[in-house]
Write a new protein. Structure first.
Length: 111
């Protein structure tokens, strides 16, 4: 009975630990998708970005050894115009407003 309880306790700890999300990784993936959406709005929303500011943003927010961030950004940039073109006019306005606000928050807008 004691061995059974120990095994049950060990299983509970393992299952509990495996259920803990990798928050930093998930947040970085979300950041990559959002950053890609913002960069993808450059033409459709008439935004202008500062190349040095983009470089500074990436250096400050993305670990140097992250191999997935830019591929996620690139995918989001590619998809953004296709999604934009399917939006009704009012949603396009709202989308561009938010993309501009995010770009300002990221400090990547050209002055």
């Amino acid at each position: 009975m004691l061995n059974y309880c120990k095994m049950l306790a060990a299983t509970a700890v393992f299952v509990g630990l495996s259920a803990i999300p990798n928050t930093a990784s998930e947040n970085l993936t979300q950041l990559a998708m959002t950053f890609g959406d913002v960069l993808g709005a450059e033409k459709t929303c008439g935004l202008r970005f500062d190349s040095e500011a983009i470089k500074a943003f990436v250096k400050a927010r993305v670990p140097a050894n992250d191999i997935d961030f830019m591929s996620t950004v690139a995918t989001s940039v590619k998809i953004a115009p296709m999604q934009f073109n399917k939006m009704p006019a009012g949603l396009q306005v709202a989308h561009c407003t938010q993309m501009e606000r995010l770009a300002a928050q990221f400090k990547i807008l050209a002055k």
